[in-house]
Design a protein around this ligand. Structure first.
Ligand SMILES: NC(=O)c1ccc[n+]([C@@H]2O[C@H](COP(=O)([O-])OP(=O)(O)OC[C@H]3O[C@@H](n4cnc5c(N)ncnc54)[C@H](O)[C@@H]3O)[C@@H](O)[C@H]2O)c1
Ligand SMILES: O=C(O)C(=O)C[C@]1(C(=O)O)C=C[C@@H](O)C=C1
Length: 279
């Protein structure tokens, strides 16, 4: 397990429910390694990552996505087990799968993965074995991947009790752009706007309640993780932000007109769609 933070740690805790699993962890943050060992998230800490990776049956990359791409470069230079399956948990897939081509060219299996559950909290101390229970778990194997390797990975991940969904990397990045990355940008920019007002009036933060909390919780997420996600999915985000600005223009127009019927429809249309969603 390379990266023993929230997602790597949660996956480790859940994978441990399989028989005959021994999880060796590696992390650039020594404190995270200490926490992961102290909470029995991993069985052993890697003193020599190369040596451990070359002995591993599975390698899971659970680092921020730019680091994941770097690790794929590194792994492509090592002599891994012939049957090794490498996967990741990153929130973007196009850049990761493009880099993973380096492994494919060497006959090494890489199957992209992305569990659709998480938190604004980071680190192994927040890891939970049930984090992925009933969540969607997207997999992006190369088109001609050996089905036995995919089955082996799904077997390893079965204790997560997540529902696997196969998807191509481009569609993945468009879909997550819409339902995860754009909402993060909106929450973050809203918090920044409120921060500006709060400098002039302390009542603003004092009066903040449930509505503000629910809409902005995710702005407390890891800046490192989100910087990397936005870098890798920036073209999708640029198009989505154009649409978002058009949406805001529409709200401005509605307010300028002040038409009760149109304003009511704006809210009722959104409520109807929101009420129909499973989340
Ligand atoms: N947090 C979420 O809600 C969520 C959900 C699904 C997927 N993801 C994805 O999971 C991945 C990990 O996110 P997280 O929430 O667990 O973050 P996290 O900060 O809790 O954990 C990431 C860990 O990676 C370590 N790390 C960073 N660079 C490294 C490197 N070069 N080598 C080794 N270790 C390194 C960090 O020290 C940290 O312990 C990201 O790619 C993210 O996009 C996150
Ligand atoms: O619940 C949260 O805090 C999350 O942000 C989780 C969340 C999301 O739903 O957008 C964040 C990033 C992921 O790649 C998957 C899930």
């Amino acid at each position: 397990m390379i990266g023993v933070g929230l997602i790597g740690g949660s996956l480790a805790l859940s994978i441990k429910k399989n028989e005959n699993v021994h999880i060796v962890g590696a992390d650039i943050n020594i404190e995270e390694m200490r926490v992961a060992m102290a909470h029995a998230v991993i069985d052993e800490q890697a003193d020599d990552v190369k040596k451990e990776a070359e002995m591993a049956d599975y390698i899971i990359l659970a680092t921020p996505v730019e680091e994941t791409a770097n690790w794929i470069h590194v792994l492509s230079k090592w002599t891994l087990q012939q049957n090794v399956v490498i996967t990741d948990v990153g929130s973007t897939k196009v850049a990761v799968m493009e880099t993973a081509f380096l492994l494919k060219e060497k006959g090494v299996t890489f199957i992209g993965g992305h569990p659709m559950a998480g938190s604004h909290q980071s680190g192994a101390s927040n890891a939970r074995a049930d984090l992925f229970y009933e969540a969607r778990y997207m997999l992006t194997p190369f088109e001609d991947e050996n089905p036995q390797k995919i089955d082996a990975l799904m077997h390893l991940l079965a204790p997560t009790q997540a529902h696997f969904v196969f998807i191509d990397a481009i569609t993945h990045d468009q879909v997550t752009g819409v339902i995860s990355h754009l909402p993060h940008v909106i929450a973050t920019s809203l918090v920044r706007q409120v921060k500006g007002y709060s400098a002039k009036n302390t009542l603003i933060t004092e009066m903040a309640a449930g509505g503000f909390r629910d809409l902005t919780r995710i702005a407390s997420s890891s800046p490192h993780m989100w910087r990397d996600i936005l870098k890798q999915n920036r073209y999708t985000l640029l198009a989505l932000l154009d649409d978002w600005m058009k949406e805001m223009e529409q709200v401005k127009n509605l307010l300028e007109k002040g038409d009760s019927h149109e304003l009511f429809h704006y809210f009722s249309d959104a409520k109807q769609f929101r009420d129909s969603l499973h989340v």
